[in-house]
Write a protein that binds this ligand. Structure first.
Ligand SMILES: Cc1cc2nc3c(=O)[nH]c(=O)nc-3n(C[C@H](O)[C@H](O)[C@H](O)COP(=O)(O)OP(=O)(O)OC[C@H]3O[C@@H](n4cnc5c(N)ncnc54)[C@H](O)[C@@H]3O)c2cc1C
Length: 508
């Protein structure tokens, strides 16, 4: 018998929509809040499936009006990836999660089935961290903060600096994707099967096991439809022991940042490769110093976990995006002093701070209007890219921000901007003003003039076009477009396009 359950949907009026960081506003024709039907524990699956149907009905209704629709996570993206001129669906209330039971796991799955969790799209990284901790499990990595939803984070390729681990999308093993009013699919890699056919049957979804399709949908920023559920692979809970040291920005450190050969600098454990490595460079510093944050993995012990965060100053996992906006409205001539003061007062050395991944990379209070651009470059090009950035900086010396280098393993996702093995991500976190935007543009032009290969974070400041995307992703871009065409018919391709995908040449 067909279920009578329906998701609760509340429509907000048309109006101006602004992203969380207030980088831009856009006129939209509506925003829907959606909640799962409220049911007893033994009817969770029925409720989830009812929400799938309600989402499909909503897509159908909007599409019939000739309008576009887009799933919204936490609206943390600085770019217009989450924006639309049509309607938004606020997925944040969709936050069920459970462990996948053994009968649903394929015999071909080579990992430990106890690490697999099914997570509804709106669950935040913070919620996941708290839930998994109680299960004795942990995410393999996350960004520096925890406010993103799982679907929003993976859709733009959110990363930290776990040098041998990868980004959020890289621990995803299955996707439940709603591609239109009449189709929803369960996607897995053919080369990495995880669930039995019975699992997709329970979601009432069509199964597609194909590596390219899965790798295309992973980083697709809402353009493949609505990701309703995500199968993630976790691991046993662990601790991270973090230290931050100030180092001269000399030849030894320069050698490290483009080789990751750590033997040249005095890290706390010279014999061990760290889990996390990050370098922050203040372009305004007079003393040619840099800060290196390094973290080692440790076995979990409850006593050693730092549950409460110390107050004030930058915490071990903090990024600059959260606080740099406090420098807003400072006169250009005062920028160097202001950035130096911010670092001197808040960015301190420490050693041996220990916590779980969730303790270390926890909530960032967003203060002021900040922006950030993140360029992915091949490891061996890091130094050249950094020199190019400093060259642009030296023209005016008024970049209202700092430079941070983070590193991650190459992703299999076709449009992951972490596409180099490994990728150095150069974050330019800054006050959101015209000077910063001009600076980003100057850096991208300089990279192009010097033929430095680079990509740009989908969720951060960018001016992507079909031309520069072709340079960045080459054949993978065409494969991605072809897979989108094969999964979504013309009408649904329009429905899940946006001004951002139009600008990128990704709507067709
Ligand atoms: C303070 C701050 C710190 C940050 N730190 C980092 C960091 O350390 N590392 C890093 O890589 N990035 C970082 N970012 C960028 C951020 O992680 C990404 O922009 C991320 O995508 C935001 O997730 P969200 O849930 O807010 O998604 P949104 O911004 O709401 O959406 C992002 C994209 O995902 C799509 N989407 C959302 N939900 C769904 C769904 N259910 N189905 C299909 N598509 C969906 C949207 O359409 C959109 O295209 C930071 C941003 C901020 C503001």
């Amino acid at each position: 018998m067909a279920s009578k359950l329906k998701a609760r949907i509340v429509k907000k009026k048309p109006g101006k929509w602004t992203n969380k960081h207030e980088n831009f506003s856009i006129q939209i024709s509506g925003l829907y809040d959606i909640w799962n039907p409220s049911v007893s524990a033994n009817r969770q699956l029925e409720a989830y499936n009812a929400t799938t149907k309600s989402l499909q009905n909503l897509i159908g209704t909007v599409s019939k009006k000739g309008e576009r629709i887009r799933a919204l996570g936490s609206a943390w993206s600085i770019s217009r990836a989450a924006a639309t001129d049509g309607r938004l669906i606020n997925t944040k209330p969709l936050n069920r999660l459970f462990r996948v039971s053994d009968p649903s796991i394929s015999d071909s799955y080579t990992g430990d089935s106890k690490n697999l969790y099914f997570v509804q799209c709106g669950v935040s990284i913070g919620e996941l961290n708290r839930y998994l901790r109680l299960q004795g499990k942990s995410l393999k990595t996350s960004g520096a903060s925890n406010g993103q939803t799982i679907a929003g984070a993976l859709s733009t390729g959110t990363h930290g600096s776990a040098i041998d681990t990868g980004s959020v999308q890289d621990f995803v093993k299955g996707l439940h994707l709603i591609t239109g009013p009449n189709r929803h699919v369960w996607l897995e890699r053919a080369s990495d099967p995880v669930t039995t056919p019975g699992f997709a049957d329970r979601l009432e979804a069509e199964v597609i096991r194909d590596d390219n399709t899965f790798n295309a949908a992973l980083v697709s920023f809402g353009s493949f439809g609505i990701i309703h559920g995500v199968l993630i692979e976790t691991e046993d809970i662990y601790l991270l022991e973090a230290s931050r040291i100030k180092l001269p920005f000399n030849d030894d450190l320069k050698q490290v940042i483009h080789t990751l050969d750590f033997s040249r600098i005095p890290l706390p454990e010279p014999e061990n490769r760290p889990y996390h490595f990050e370098v922050v460079i203040n372009p305004h510093a007079a003393d040619d110093q840099a800060f290196s944050t390094v973290m080692y993995k440790r076995q979990y012990q409850e006593n050693n976990a730092e549950r409460r965060r110390a107050s004030g100053g930058f915490q071990p996992g903090d990024d600059f995006l959260g606080v740099i906006g406090t420098l807003l409205d400072i006169a250009p001539s005062a920028i160097p002093t202001a950035v130096n003061q911010l670092l001197a007062s808040q960015y301190r050395e420490y050693s041996g701070r220990t916590g779980t991944l969730g303790d270390i990379f926890s909530a960032t209070g967003i203060r002021g209007k900040a922006t950030g651009a993140a360029m992915g470059v091949p490891l061996e090009k890091t130094l050249q890219a950094l020199d190019a950035i400093l060259k642009v900086h030296n023209r005016s010396k008024n970049f209202p921000g700092v430079i941070a280098l983070r590193y991650v393993k190459k992703s299999d996702a076709l449009l992951a901007f972490t596409r180099y093995p490994p990728t150095c991500i150069i974050d330019l976190d800054a006050v959101d003003n015209q000077t910063a935007r001009n600076f980003f543009r100057g850096v991208w032009r300089e990279f192009e003039m010097q033929n430095i290969p680079y990509t740009l974070h989908w969720g951060k400041a960018n001016e992507l076009t079909s031309e520069n995307l072709q340079n960045m992703y080459a054949d993978d871009l065409d494969i991605w477009l072809n897979i989108r065409r094969s999964l979504l018919d013309e009408e649904n391709r329009f429905t899940f396009s946006s001004p951002f995908t139009d600008q990128c040449g990704l709507s067709e």
